[in-house]
Design a protein around this ligand. Structure first.
Ligand code: NAD
Length: 481
């Protein structure tokens, strides 16, 4: 590979899918800056109309985009289709969110004038995307940014450049100019240069905690730039008493292994009450044994595809061995079907006896199990992490859920539902290493525009209050004196 060259490979076959070169960061930012005043000055209705046309464009290209996502990420085709649906749905949701959260408001109208709150776009925003939802997640930042009147330089993950390019093409075919939303291809170096560029006004990032922290540090001396960080998790699913063991097991398996565990909200830790342990863990294992792992277009359809690349598969296998050799007990070994391709079977390991469990995000189909005595211990264990993205309670009474909800530290807290699969109509974000209190999805509107408070009057009109001396005008001398 020559310097600046990027290649993406299909994880399921190892075949080359896309080849191109890293873009020019300065040129992209300069172009976006020059395009900004005109885009920001367009009436909101025009910008909304254009993003609606984008949704239609994606609708037209539905099958092509789904196939490309499946090929470039390795996720099953049925799942790639749901990602395309989310891209389309995002547009209407973002239009509503803009109106609800960043619209205009006239406050009191009185003798002192009218008070109003309106919102303005920041300017040029950098959007950095991850590989696991290469269309839906960056789109969740791009669409609200465009509606608010920002121009966007979008750097897709270097692992999914083809989807990034395709998505950006849909904006252009919808009539949004190639300067208003640009796809800047590149790897970490281009991401770093973009984030550090003096002429961007903010960074909307979705990715790992490690990269998010680096971006936060890089911009720490620029408090005027908006930084929205959506990062990973070490998410707990807590199972307490319930007669519905089979349902509980399905929720656990869906939480841990959908998208081959490559979801930020995937359950990494199953925390289970001792009274439920045997029945639940055996049911979870039975289900995991039945999971079909296969290439995205296989028939019958797989539940899980490969992980993104061989490096990720190697790291996950090493993590499993690390847990195993440090006190973990394998419930189901994480098996690699073929050393040359990154297909992994689901792995389940009991780490109850392990001291100093590593509090890291193991981004793949690997579930750690911890046995506890009661709900209080479960909550303490669930909170025993620096992350705080999603958490679910399965079983228990409404009072148990109230206690769980009140005490758990996470931005998404569910009851008898998986940890993943959040609604785009709700805010989406986490605490600690999972985010910087700038939740995305419905609340992305909040940081794509800033509020301006004004008091206004059509004529200058003013009177003096307390604290002035009586006026002493000089007595005029009569003329001719
Ligand atoms: P990543 O952090 O490796 O990369 C994300 C993007 O940031 C890429 O475009 C990459 O090139 C760029 N980047 C990496 N380091 C950078 C740096 N120092 N400066 C500037 N840019 C940099 O993430 P990934 O491996 O593509 O995605 C998986 C991660 O994303 C997981 O940790 C997952 O939990 C997280 N994720 C979070 C959410 C969420 O909404 N909270 C959603 C999906 C994925």
């Amino acid at each position: 590979m020559s310097p600046g060259e990027l290649i993406s490979y299909e994880p399921a076959t190892g075949r080359e899918l896309w080849r191109g070169r890293a873009g020019d960061v300065d040129a992209a930012v300069d172009r976006a800056r020059r395009a900004w005043p005109e885009w920001a000055a367009k009436p909101l209705a025009t910008r909304v109309e254009l993003v609606r046309r984008f949704a239609n464009e994606v609708r037209k290209e539905h099958d092509k985009l789904a196939e490309l996502i499946a090929r470039e990420t390795g996720k099953p085709l049925w799942e790639a289709r749901t990602e395309v649906e989310s891209v389309i749905a995002k547009v209407d949701i973002s239009v509503t969110a803009y109106a609800e959260r960043t619209g205009q408001k006239r406050l009191d109208s009185a003798l002192q004038g009218t008070a109003a709150v309106r919102h303005k776009p920041h300017g040029v925003l950098a959007v950095l995307g991850p590989y696991n939802f290469p269309a839906h997640l960056p789109n969740g930042h791009i669409v609200p940014a465009l509606i608010a009147g920002n121009t966007v330089v979008f750097k897709p993950s270097e692992k999914t450049p083809a989807v990034g390019e395709f998505l950006t093409g849909c904006f252009h075919r919808a009539g949004i100019s190639a300067a208003v939303v640009q796809c800047l291809q590149g790897a970490v170096a281009e991401g770093q240069a973009l984030v550090a560029h003096r002429d961007i006004d903010g960074v909307l990032f979705t990715g790992s905690a490690q990269a998010g922290i680096a971006i936060n540090k890089r911009l720490a001396t620029n408090p005027g730039k908006i930084v929205a960080l959506e990062m990973g998790g070490n998410n707990p699913i807590v199972v307490v008493d319930t007669p519905k063991v089979a349902d509980a097991a399905i929720l656990v398996v869906q939480s841990a292994f959908t998208t081959a565990g490559q979801r930020c909200t995937a359950a990494r830790r199953l925390i289970v009450k001792a009274s439920m342990y045997d029945a639940l863990v055996s049911e979870v294992k039975n289900l995991a044994d039945r999971i079909i792992v296969g290439e995205p277009f296989a028939d019958p359809a797989p539940f899980m595809g490969p992980v993104i690349d061989n490096r990720a598969a190697d790291q996950l296998s090493e993590s499993f061995i690390y847990l195993l050799s440090n006190g973990g007990k394998a419930i189901k070994h994480m098996l690699r079907q073929d050393e040359k391709l990154p297909f992994l079977g689901p792995g389940i390991i009991d780490v109850t006896a392990m001291k100093d469990r590593p509090d890291v995000e193991l981004f793949g189909p690997l579930l750690q199990v911890i046995k506890v005595d009661d709900l209080d211990q479960a909550i303490a264990e669930a909170n025993n992490t620096r992350f705080g993205l999603s958490a679910s309670l399965v079983g228990g009474s409404p009072q148990d859920y109230n206690r769980f909800w009140a005490n758990i530290r996470a931005g998404i807290v569910n009851w008898n539902r998986p940890t993943s699969g959040a609604s785009s109509k709700a805010p989406f974000g986490g605490l600690g290493l999972s985010g910087n209190h700038r939740p995305s999805a419905f609340y992305a509107a909040d940081y794509c525009a800033y509020p301006v408070a004004s008091t206004e009057m059509d004529q200058p009109r003013a009177s003096l209050g307390a604290g002035f001396r009586e006026e002493r005008r000089k007595a005029r001398r009569p003329i001719g004196d």
